[in-house]
Design a protein. Structure first.
Length: 757
């Protein structure tokens, strides 16, 4: 069964895409064919490979776990039932080391690749085809697979600073990546709330910096804390063990050592590297804090010594240096910083940050490594060889690619797995946002505005898991599963958002495996999913429902009672023309299979009407577009994200066309304050009306003091006036003031329903 390497290339280009049935594999293989024959897997099957091959041992263990079969590993088996693992010598220096084939025939299974990594991925595909069944033999359909990924960087991130996770769980996390052929683990190891990596030269980083005296409890806005000591760290021996574990599974670990901001845990340990000298405590509060590293020579020596130890532990090409959310408050009032700005001829504190990152880059480059940082490292000028991780939307990535810098796309709109993934009313507390499975699956890491040449600088993407609201390992699993499956398929290059249902079916098929392995996962996929659309009659809105399994099983009520199997059966969109509460759930027979969703509608003269926005909302918070402001649904201020529109540094200017002249006497709108998330009340809100859409009359202006007093629930009453057009202007807070969360950055403005009566 030995075959030359050109067999792989021939299959890659010549095997047709036709298939007789869908393969249950995630990510979906690039090219595959399923036929009618079967291979019988049994206890008599032998794995043909070297006995010390990790890949063979990995396959042997997986088959034992799923079937109970204890397969032997032999170099020259005599058995007639063989799984052959073949490493082939590539005939081409540019041969893709991740390319592999899986051939299941009536008489044997063969997995071929030009590297152990490709072989490992072929094994992962085969494992997904083997069910958890204890039988005398397992039937596997005859199949041909030729597969390779599209993107080089297929990543998942984990923040272990806000909440610490054990060494054993980190290994599990790496296993999760490997299962779905993701190859990069971004390990966020330092932050204000904890320092998690042993540095021999600076023992106080873990003696002091790894422990905090309490944590925020509940949502940030509640401003409540416990007094429980929280912490932990990984010794250098732990790190070596985890790195070796990841390497066997072909996962590269990229460590992140935050600088110049998010440094309070380090400064609590060594306050002399701050601007003020301290003293400091490891932060109990989430968010962005003012005390950051001071860019003096002693600080650079300190950080270079740390990085030297980090680099010695991690063989990755890139070292992540953070670079995000660095307030300039301390630098503006620091004689050392101001003198450095003057001495180096820098324009301002933003260029000082660029100087800081470029100093660090020179050191990292001198050790044979490259730096990668969050997209704020673009501000003030990008370090010469730096790669950019674009999180504040895709704009930073686009800018970096145009400058010929490599980019990893990780926008909050699609890649933040600390967001809600189902109806926030039914989900455990999260930071906010709404990123469901379908939205992740729709992601395209290459923005359309890039040229073909510029697109080559997009390395790939990753999902981010920030853990302010993720306190234990089971919740980490809940937040990543099944969303990481969607991202894995996107990055493999085989996602087809127009056929989401077939992907959804494969995800549901994976749940048996997750159950067998004891992995906690979200079942939001079974939740009734709702969308709101303008009514065809022009009166009110239409509430559309669907279920992942069968929309015919949806039952609903409009009288605030809980849905039952005997409640109204959903067949067509529900017409909403007056204040209504809809409750809906999915049923199989008499059994309720999903959580109940509850949606209150408050209908006004503006509900479902035409609306225009002068400034579009930011892509991270734009679900529903402008229609979200007149769909009859009010946003939840404690679980914001799904029903709110977010404007980053921009004003809201909304014009609603009521369709005809109406007598109006009240206009209302909701705005949000969540300063820990950089969401600030607008400085001013103005309400205007017009008969012709051109000449507007101001009805009322509300000041910031008025807005705070009303706690963001804004309503103005006035003498009945004839108008067809209503304009609402909310002035963004602009640059965030020193001393406030996010100081120096653009403020977010969050707005929900505009109602007119």
């Amino acid at each position: 069964m030995q075959t030359k390497c050109f067999f792989l290339l021939g299959l890659l280009f010549n095997l047709s895409f036709s298939q007789l049935q869908q393969l249950p594999i995630i990510p979906k293989p690039k090219i595959f064919k399923v036929e009618d024959g079967v291979f019988l897997l049994s206890n008599q099957t032998v794995i043909q490979a070297q006995n010390d091959s990790f890949e063979a041992l990995f396959l042997q263990k997986a088959i034992l776990q799923r079937t109970g079969f204890e397969l032997k590993i032999e170099a020259n088996p005599k058995s007639e039932s063989i799984i052959n693992l073949s490493l082939l010598v590539p005939s081409n220096a540019d041969f893709n080391k991740e390319l592999h084939t899986v051939s299941i025939t009536n008489s044997y299974i063969q997995i071929q690749a030009a590297s152990n990594q490709g072989l490992f991925y072929g094994i992962q595909s085969l494992i997904q085809l083997i069910p958890f069944e204890k039988r005398s033999e397992i039937k596997l359909s005859t199949t041909e697979i030729v597969d390779q990924p599209k993107f080089k960087w297929r990543g998942l991130h984990l923040d272990v600073c806000r909440h610490f996770f054990s060494k054993d769980f980190i290994k599990k996390y790496i296993d999760y990546l490997a299962t779905y052929k993701m190859n990069t683990f971004h390990w966020h190891l330092t932050d204000d709330q904890g320092w998690r990596i042993e540095i021999k030269k600076y023992p106080k980083l873990t003696e002091v910096g790894a422990w905090r005296k309490g944590s925020m409890v509940g949502h940030y806005n509640e401003n409540t804390y416990d007094n429980e000591l929280h912490g932990g760290f990984y010794t250098q021996d732990d790190i070596k063990e985890i790195v070796a574990y990841a390497q066997q599974r072909h996962v590269t670990i990229v460590p992140e050592i935050e600088m110049p901001g998010h440094a309070l845990a380090a400064l609590a340990s060594y306050p002399e590297y701050s601007c003020t000298g301290g003293p400091f405590e490891v932060a109990k509060q989430w968010g962005v804090l003012d005390d950051v590293f001071c860019p003096k020579e002693q600080t650079f020596t300190f950080l270079e010594n740390i990085l030297a130890e980090v680099i010695s532990l991690f063989p990755s090409e890139y070292i992540h240096v953070g670079g995000d959310e660095c307030p300039k408050t301390r630098w503006k009032n620091c004689p050392n910083c101001q003198n450095l700005i003057k001495t180096k001829g820098l324009k301002d504190e933003h260029e000082l940050q660029s100087y800081f990152i470029q100093r660090i880059e020179k050191f990292v480059n001198s050790k044979g490594k490259k730096i990668i940082g969050w997209d704020e490292i673009l501000e003030g000028g990008l370090a010469p060889n730096a790669a950019v991780m674009s999180w504040r939307g895709t704009e930073g990535g686009i800018e970096a690619a145009k400058l010929k810098h490599y980019v990893v796309m990780t926008p909050g709109s699609h890649c933040y797995f600390d967001h809600y993934q189902g109806d926030p009313k039914n989900e455990p507390l999260a930071i906010g946002g709404y990123t469901n499975l379908e939205k992740v699956y729709s992601f395209n890491p290459i923005p359309q505005v890039l040229t073909t040449e510029e697109s080559n600088y997009i390395l790939g993407a990753q999902g981010n898991v920030w853990t302010e609201y993720i306190t234990d390992e089971k919740k980490v699993e809940y937040m990543i599963f099944p969303r990481m499956m969607a991202l894995a398929e996107v990055l493999w290059g085989t996602a087809n958002p127009t056929d989401f249902n077939q992907f959804q079916d494969r995800v549901i098929g994976q749940f048996q495996t997750l159950d067998q392995l004891g992995i906690n996962y979200s079942k939001a996929i079974f939740e009734v999913i709702s969308t709101v659309n303008p009514s065809k009659s022009g009166n009110g809105v239409e509430f559309q429902l669907k279920s992942a399994k069968n929309s015919n099983g949806i039952r609903f009520t409009t009288d605030r009672t809980e849905p039952k199997a005997t409640s109204l059966s959903y067949t067509n969109p529900i017409s909403i023309t007056q204040n209504t509460t809809v409750k809906a759930a999915f049923f199989e027979g008499q059994n309720q299979k999903s959580a109940t969703i509850t949606q209150d509608f408050i209908v006004s003269k503006s509900t479902g009407k035409n609306i225009q926005l002068l400034n579009p909302p930011h892509e991270n918070y734009s679900l529903g577009g402008s229609f979200a402001l007149i769909n009859g649904m009010k946003g939840n201020p404690t679980k914001f994200g799904r029903d709110w529109l977010g404007f980053w540094g921009k004003d809201l200017v909304a014009i609603i066309d009521l369709g005809k002249k109406e007598k109006v006497s009240q206009i209302a709108v909701g705005v949000l304050s969540n300063e820990g998330s950089w969401i600030y009340y607008p400085n001013e809100v103005e309400f205007l009306v017009s008969k012709d859409g051109k000449n507007f009359k101001s009805i009322k202006k509300l000041s910031l003091e008025d807005i705070k007093k009303a706690k963001g629930i804004l309503s103005v009453n006035f003498k009945a006036t004839e108008a067809q057009f209503v304009k609402v202007i909310a002035k963004n807070a602009g640059k965030i003031a020193d001393g406030m969360p996010g100081a120096g950055s653009n403020a977010w403005l969050f707005v929900d329903e505009i109602s007119v009566d």
